[in-house]
Write a protein that binds this ligand. Structure first.
Ligand SMILES: [Zn+2]
Ligand SMILES: [Zn+2]
Length: 413
């Protein structure tokens, strides 16, 4: 309920300008086209309201639209939650474990990161999503994920109506069956004739809406599974990257440490309950987090500080082994690369065999970093920044000879 109030109050009218962006305009356009066409098709051509099935169908359609929009606007307007400006930890001693954000004039609370688009430190930041024109993080993780679940379900329902409408209109009487099941849909046909004749324009509009609905089902459905994985492991995509770099750092310096990710409670159900609650408000305040037994409250931030001090790990050097055109969703780099293309406005960079890349963060199938335009790898050379597929590059083995380990990290080398 609290969530609902903050949507209708629009505490900050400034938030409305989030709608003026290509992401929300396209997303709301797709929702509008699919739901309007599904309702028009249902009432006028396919499943009239005077049958029980027709009424249930229509109520379901309205239900999907309302729930999808409710979660979408919640994700957009409630936002991820930000670290308060000027924030410092209660115990001033703890600030030694935290990084400082100069823009927000605040310490970065555990799990928070500074978003350049929002220009604030975002609580439990996962990514900045252009479709809601806001970050996905602590407060809106549940509504964002529910939107990702409901949108494909609504689209599947709409797609079914589109297909049936086109089918019933192409064949005057519909009756199909198998050996044991026989479904007679002739009752669904308007008698004597539909209110409006199903002309070419209506057919084209329905076909267009069907394309949108199927595309949305696949693309958004994939995003839903990615978000569920993040929630069940209680590990954001940024944190997966920090963990990967931690393993790399420990292996490189052959240290005795083991990095245990501290926020995975060890049970999927416990992780799930942290995000999804009956009240709609996530557990905790987003600044302090429950941790796994045996872990320290600041394990992750300490690891981040170590990585910051270790220039070699802060950005991992890769060599390009396969050309890449810079396409958003490349068709020739494997199906997983195609479907997991990062959902951001950040650019992609074109790669050519033999080039070098410094990766600063990454996802399972994609990396983000700088292309080094000058082979000599000197500070300050011009660089191109963006995303590229992970399977086009390989980690550089040559670092071992050129880089110096930070003091105290050398061991048995
Ligand atoms: Zn900040
Ligand atoms: Zn953001």
């Amino acid at each position: 309920m609290g969530a609902f109030c903050s949507v209708i109050k629009f505490e900050n009218l400034q938030e409305l300008k989030r709608l003026c962006h290509w992401g929300p305009i396209i997303a709301l356009g797709v929702i509008a086209v699919c739901s309007t066409m599904a309702m028009i098709d249902s009432v006028l051509w396919y499943w009239p309201l005077h049958t029980t099935g027709g009424s249930v169908n229509f109520i379901m359609l309205i239900n999907w639209t309302v729930m999808i929009l409710y979660n979408y606007f919640n994700a957009m307007f409630i936002g991820p939650g930000f670290v308060p400006l000027g924030w410092k930890p209660e115990n001033s001693q703890d600030s030694m474990y935290l990084q400082y954000c100069k823009v927000c004039q605040a310490y970065k609370a555990p799990r928070s990161h500074h978003c350049r688009k929002c220009n604030r430190c975002v609580l439990k930041m996962d990514h900045h999503c252009p479709w809601i024109n806001n970050c996905c993080g602590f407060q809106n993780h549940a509504s964002f994920t529910l939107f990702l679940l409901l949108a494909p379900l609504g689209c599947i329902h709409a797609a079914f109506i589109f297909v049936m409408t086109m089918y019933t209109q192409l064949y005057n009487r519909l009756s199909f069956g198998w050996n044991t099941v026989k479904i007679d849909m002739s009752a669904a046909r308007r008698d004597p004739l539909p209110l409006i004749p199903f002309g070419l324009a209506a057919f084209a509009a329905t076909l267009f809406a069907l394309g949108l609905a199927l595309g949305t089902t696949i693309a958004v459905g994939m995003l839903f599974f990615i978000q569920m994985k993040i929630i069940l492991r209680n590990k954001t995509s940024i944190e997966s990257w920090i963990e990967e770099k931690a393993k790399d750092r420990i292996q490189y310096y052959q240290l005795d440490e083991v990095f245990v990710f501290p926020y995975d409670m060890g049970s999927r159900w416990k992780n799930f309950k942290q995000v999804f609650t009956w009240s709609g408000v996530p557990e905790g305040d987003g600044l302090a987090w429950p941790i796994r037994e045996g872990c320290h409250q600041y394990d992750l931030t300490i690891e981040q500080l170590k990585q910051k001090a270790d220039k070699r790990v802060r950005s991992v050097r890769y060599r390009v082994i396969e050309d890449y055109s810079g396409a958003c969703c490349p068709l020739n780099k494997g199906i997983k690369t195609f479907f997991t293309s990062p959902c951001t406005e950040e650019p992609r960079i074109r790669l050519q065999r033999g080039e070098f890349i410094l990766a600063t963060r990454g996802l399972r199938y994609w990396l983000y970093g700088d292309k080094i335009l000058d082979d000599s790898f000197v500070e300050g050379v011009s660089r191109i920044r963006g995303w590229f597929p992970r399977n086009c590059v390989e980690k550089c083995p040559c670092d071992a000879e050129t880089d110096q380990a930070p003091e105290g990290e050398k061991k048995n080398r």
